[in-house]
Design a binder for this molecule. Structure first.
Ligand SMILES: Cc1cc2nc3c(=O)[nH]c(=O)nc-3n(C[C@H](O)[C@H](O)[C@H](O)COP(=O)(O)O)c2cc1C
Length: 133
């Protein structure tokens, strides 16, 4: 099992664009046995993908070619013994939503800026989100 965490910038997103991203993500990820979470901030995305290494790599290739976001940075990648998000083909968490209090613990200079988060903070945030399910 491989996990990959990346951040990117969308610079402001319509709800229609988010719905369309989630629709194709969920149907592709179901087929490819990929699970994970997409955290959506005012300007940025933070996503964790987990699955077989080749499936995660192919999924990330698709994601990198998507012009709905830019400045894509791999924040963490590695082996995992088991899934943390086995029930979610792609769970969406908005920084303005119900889990706001959890995510705001990881703000840097008062904003959600995933590209500046430490590896420890990323691991801890996703562990906390997994524990909330
Ligand atoms: C922030 C973001 C996250 C995405 N996450 C996934 C994902 O987890 N899985 C996936 O297949 N596509 C994901 N996509 C969509 C892909 O970039 C691409 O649009 C999609 O895979 C195309 O598939 P389709 O032609 O089958 O709709 C994401 C796109 C964005 C912008």
């Amino acid at each position: 099992m491989t996990k990959l965490i990346y951040s990117s910038n969308h610079g402001g997103l319509s709800s229609g664009a988010l719905d369309s991203i989630l629709h194709s993500s969920r149907s592709n990820n179901d087929r490819e046995d990929i699970t994970g979470v997409l955290v959506v901030g005012e300007e940025d995305f933070l996503q964790i993908l987990e699955g077989e290494r080749s499936a995660v790599a192919e999924c990330f290739m698709r994601i990198m070619q998507d012009d709905r976001h830019k400045d894509i940075r791999i924040m963490l990648a590695g082996k995992k013994s088991s899934r943390s998000f086995s029930k979610w083909s792609m769970h969406c968490v908005k920084t303005s939503g119900a889990k706001r209090a959890i995510i705001s613990r990881y703000y840097i200079d008062g904003v959600f800026d995933p590209s500046r988060m430490s590896q420890d903070a990323l691991e801890e945030l996703f562990q906390t989100l997994a524990a909330c399910k």
